[in-house]
Design a protein around this ligand. Sequence first.
Ligand SMILES: [Zn+2]
Length: 140
Amino acid sequence: MTQSLASVVPGLYAHNEQGELELTGSFCAACQRYAYPRVEHCPECLQPTERKPVGGKGSIYSYTVIRTRPPFQLPEPYAVGYVDLAASGLRVFGLFHPEVIEQLRIGMPVALEEIPLGINNDGQPCLRPVFTPAVKSDEH
Ligand SMILES: [Zn+2]
């Protein structure tokens, strides 16, 4: 069903061999540094970087719930925040799954998921990567 929808930004994320979703960033072999969003050249040494997954699992560093009218037909309210990725150590900014906003807590383990959400720059429905609690809650 979701195959007919395109990702909001092609190349932003990909499934790894375990079938888990990971953000696609960049890696500088000289500095052993990851970056996300992806950069063509290392900000430290200016060498060309290679495209590399930076992870999809981590814990919530901070988040906020936004109750003003959302862009791109996102649900209202929606939540954004920073997640510390376990695989790369990067702190990345992202959206949270709109159905779990009430469950979000700082330090909570989360994993990346791809869901149909909102529209893209061309006004077309699209898929977006969202962070969702890594352990399913039985609370509802
Ligand atoms: Zn470098």
